[in-house]
Design a protein around this ligand. Sequence first.
Ligand SMILES: Cc1ncc(COP(=O)(O)O)c(C=O)c1O
Length: 448
Amino acid sequence: MPGKILSNYEKSHPNSLALATRAAKLFPSGVTHDGRSFFPFPIYVERATGGKKWDVDGNMYVDFIGGHGSLLLGHRHPEVMDAADKASKRGTHFGSSHDLEIDWAELVLQLVPCAEKVRFTSSGTEATMMALRLARAYTNRDKIIKFTDHFHGWHDIVVGQQREDMSLPSSIGVPDSFYESLVILPPNDENLLMETLGKNDIAAVIIEPTGAHWGRHPIHQSFLEAIRRQTAKYGTLFIMDEVITGFRASPGGIQGKYNILPDLSTHAKILAGGFPGGCVAGKKEIMDILELRESDDAWNKEQRIAHQGTYNANPVSAAAGSKTLSLIKDGAHTQVADATTAELVFELNKLFQARALDASAWHVSSMWHLNLGENSPRSTDVETDPNYLPSGIDKPLLQPLRWALYNHGVDLMADGGMVSSAHGTEEIALTVEAFDLAINDLRNDGYL
Ligand SMILES: Cc1ncc(COP(=O)(O)O)c(C=O)c1O
């Protein structure tokens, strides 16, 4: 039932529409990442700073996408930009080793508890691909366990059932036989995990450690502890996919926050300070499967895993990443972002109660989510309570809510967002005001 919300969105974004019209002829669905696809057309952004961004029509938004979660310090942190500028002046690609990658790696080893060695990749997808390959090589087993709806990038095996609404455990375009090596389990079920590991043929368990989609479907801390215990018992490797949670949930990620040590962990996003980059970190004896051994042909030909990648540890990403990690390492930025998120969630819940809306907001560290719709649990105002099952945003409401929030200056990431240490009281006030106005609009247009 398109009403005023949609026509206002269309009216206030003519330049975005013009760009979307050009893009539609160039890209499948007009976008370069599934998550950026938006009906009837997405906004086109011109610039960003701190916790805000501006589109090509001059509209300002409080930004909750934060570079898909890569910007704990907000957009264009001056010290990070300066480090990247200085590095780019030295050259963007030497095709050789350089000092900046060493500084970067030393910080990773200092911050990530399980990291005895590290190898840089160009993305989180490449990092999870490498970690799974290492696990198979190390254990001499083929099978992997992942959890329903958990996202680990877009390489072949992990695209099995990425979203809860996908009917098949497989993806078209990937040979069916690949999925003989993939076991998808519901999370939070230790007995089922134990039973599956008991067959002694699982190379690795990989998990998003706050639950699917950066905590939208929370998991219990005790389940992470169970994975650690059970994988150790059955000779399976535990891979914590910290692409989102790494350097965000704490300077040492979830493993640092909960003191649970995986065998390998995968990182990207904040790791490279908003530039492309990823890594696998973990136990030396596993990482050393990547080693090239002088005068050991048999090892090099048959026992090691090869790893190339033109942009691995490129100097600009390395410099921006090192600067970011050195800025976040004392935990102060995490504390600020977490506190701002808690305050935002508190204020949103207060608003939902005042407006008698079936809605609630909740958060895990500096990542927040919304429930909205008839079956929505009312606010509990707590950090993730594992016994409370979020209902999410009712599907028919998601798009209208996002149009309305765009109209009032807020850019959500799916059902919530990522908060940076550059977000503060102004961004909270603007967001709460935008939600207040969006509730009016949704009611006026008959969505609520
Ligand atoms: C948990 C998790 N793992 C892996 C990835 C893939 O990372 P990238 O987009 O850098 O390939 C993502 C991306 O959002 C992610 O959230």
